[in-house]
Design a protein around this ligand. Structure first.
Ligand SMILES: N#Cc1c(-c2ccc3cc[nH]c3c2)n[nH]c1N
Length: 240
């Protein structure tokens, strides 16, 4: 998978050179490039923002640098993409909420482009023009406000990148996770069997794998019912 990120803080993504995603980059499973939006300005101060039309506090990111940055990444009309067309994702508090389902869907795509806004956001025409030549999505990572898109893009790259075959050593570990099957994950334990007066649930030491599986499922349901009842599938909702 090819990932391009447009940002005024390209160094923010240096951290992707470590851990699982770092190895995925070295092995060619993941090709991540951070582009500095200021490289697409032409004034002495490398200006990327200006005051908002209609007034209001703060500054808005100018369309021209974004247009040139996306020109340098997206295929032109004549260059039909070799594989599937890129998806351009702009993190935004006004976006569709990012979910594991969306991560799984985006992990199937060959080319993702992320545009990191700052200030009060990006001129709307950037989204409108990009939509004439690619699939564009505004995506939010949750109902709270950040100062810019970089943290959100980092989270999405990790959530998507780890689903690419070969990135995570043991694909089995991707299966029993929170949100993967719609329920929150069960509690985990490891040695020692007793720690500060706290014992590992005896069922987990029984060797009875059917009973362990049943216990774990029950824990998932109980946790989900308590913490995230909104995730419970209809057949597990408590009877009214
Ligand atoms: N995704 C997401 C976001 C943001 C966000 C994204 C982009 C910009 C650009 C300026 N401020 C931003 C906030 N806040 N909260 C979220 N869940």
């Amino acid at each position: 998978m090819r990932i391009d990120v447009v940002t005024i803080f390209p160094e923010f993504f240096d951290v992707l050179d470590i851990s699982l995603l770092g190895r995925a980059r070295q092995t060619g499973l993941l090709d991540v490039t951070a582009h500095n939006l200021r490289e697409f300005t032409h004034d002495r101060h490398r200006t990327v923002d200006d005051t908002p039309y209609g007034g209001g506090a703060g500054m808005v990111m100018k369309p021209e640098p974004w247009g040139e940055a996306l020109d340098s990444i997206l295929p032109t009309e004549t260059e039909a993409p070799g594989g599937d067309a890129p998806v351009v994702i702009f993190p935004s508090p006004a976006g569709t909420v990012f979910t594991q389902k969306m991560a799984r869907e985006l992990a199937q795509r060959e080319h993702l482009v992320f545009g990191c806004g700052r200030y009060e956001g990006i001129d709307q025409r950037v989204f409108d023009h990009a939509a004439t030549r690619a699939e564009v999505r505004l995506v939010s990572i949750g109902d709270y406000v950040l100062n810019g898109g970089e943290v959100a893009v980092m989270a999405m790259i990790e959530a998507i990148g780890r689903l690419i075959p070969g990135v995570v050593g043991n694909p089995e570990s991707l299966v029993e996770e929170s949100h993967e099957d719609g329920l929150l994950e069960y509690p985990s334990y490891t040695k020692p069997a007793a720690w500060r007066g706290l014992e590992v649930p005896p069922i987990l030491l029984s060797g009875n794998h059917r009973a362990i599986d049943d216990w774990r499922r029950a824990q998932q349901i109980e946790r989900t019912r308590t913490v995230r009842p909104d995730l419970l599938p209809p057949d597990l909702l408590p009877n009214e």
